[in-house]
Ligand binder design. Structure first.
Ligand SMILES: [Zn+2]
Length: 334
């Protein structure tokens, strides 16, 4: 029944929640906060199952260590995706936001008395998707929840949530696993795979690495790197590079560009032997002496501010990418 457990790197956060449950002091509003693709949703669902389980619902069973039993009526209903006491609020398929109407409907469901389990668990994923109007309409319910009802908000940007929401929840941080933990877990999922490069490509997020394994992402990363290298060494014009970049998911593209650029700076300032990423180290090290450190730093700052703007509406993405590409083209004194 391994799938009823949180991921190994989430054990400490799980223990913390068990302590609350054993003392019967589980806060009514919980905010699970942690980086993308590191298992927040998995954790939230495992926790909801555990709270709803009618055998181990109180969390004091030493045998199951607070995990759901997997066999009771509640657990079977959850497995079938059909439990009346689990209320989910997620963005509608084609939209990325959670609107106020959806929250109002959710609140109605959330305040009903539990039908099968001792409590009702209400999950909002991702909490950031709520518009400010939607978030405001939730405040009263968070402040005065119905008895035996638990609200769980899941987010990767707790700091972006309104302070009024945050202050009404107990924040539980879900950590990013260490490289070692990720590799060990990935190895268990698929022992034949070489995970190092995939994990690097997934910027350290194990679930992303797992999804990459089944995609052509390594190939796309390679293409992006080729255009990055060609641009810096004067073999490609900025606009041609932007055409290639534009095909990539923005968040990943920026992360990769950031890491490669930082690595070039590392090579420029500390020496090629200190470069971490395999691609720039292998293929751009001969260019390192000709790179302008001040320009590298300016590009890194540009990437950081671009990345910060990603969550917001980004109307001039094309222009920003062009400015970036022009910056790279002028990096080396060739
Ligand atoms: Zn159960």
């Amino acid at each position: 029944m391994n799938n009823l457990a949180p991921y190994p790197w989430q054990q400490q956060s799980w223990e913390l929640l068990q302590q609350y449950r054993q003392r019967e002091r589980l806060p009514h509003g919980l905010l699970f906060n942690g980086p993308a693709e590191c298992g927040k949703k998995h954790f939230a669902l495992r926790f909801a199952e555990a709270v709803l389980c009618t055998v181990n619902g109180s969390g004091d069973s030493a045998q199951h260590h607070g995990k759901a039993c997997g066999k009771c009526h509640s657990c079977l209903l959850l497995a079938a995706g059909n439990h009346p006491d689990l209320v989910l609020l997620t963005p509608q398929e084609e939209k990325k936001t959670i609107q106020v109407d959806a929250v109002r409907e959710f609140i109605q469901d959330a305040t009903l008395t539990p039908q099968i389990s001792d409590s009702r668990v209400c999950l909002i994923m991702p909490a950031n998707a709520m518009t400010s109007e939607a978030a405001n309409s939730l405040l009263k319910t968070l402040e005065e929840p119905a008895a035996n009802n638990h609200m769980i908000l899941v987010t990767e940007h707790a700091t972006h949530l309104a302070a009024t929401i945050r202050s009404r929840c107990q924040i539980v941080n879900l950590p990013q696993p260490t490289r070692q933990q990720s590799l060990q877990w990935l190895q268990q999922q698929q022992p034949q795979q070489q995970w190092e490069e995939l994990l690097e490509c997934a910027t350290g997020a194990p679930l992303r690495a797992l999804s990459f394994e089944k995609s052509d992402i390594m190939h796309r990363r390679r293409q992006l790197f080729d255009s990055f290298a060609a641009l810096i060494s004067g073999r490609q014009l900025p606009l041609a590079a932007v055409a290639v970049w534009n095909e990539e998911i923005s968040e990943l593209l920026l992360k990769w560009l950031y890491e490669w650029t930082l690595d070039l700076l590392r090579g420029r300032e500390a020496g090629v032997e200190h470069m971490r990423d395999l691609l720039p180290r292998r293929e751009l090290s001969s260019l390192i002496p000709s790179l302008d450190a001040a320009k590298l730093i300016a590009l890194i700052e540009q990437l950081v501010s671009l990345n910060r703007g990603m969550g917001e509406r980004n109307l001039n993405r094309q222009m920003q990418l062009e400015a970036l590409a022009v910056g790279y083209a002028g990096l080396a004194r060739l």
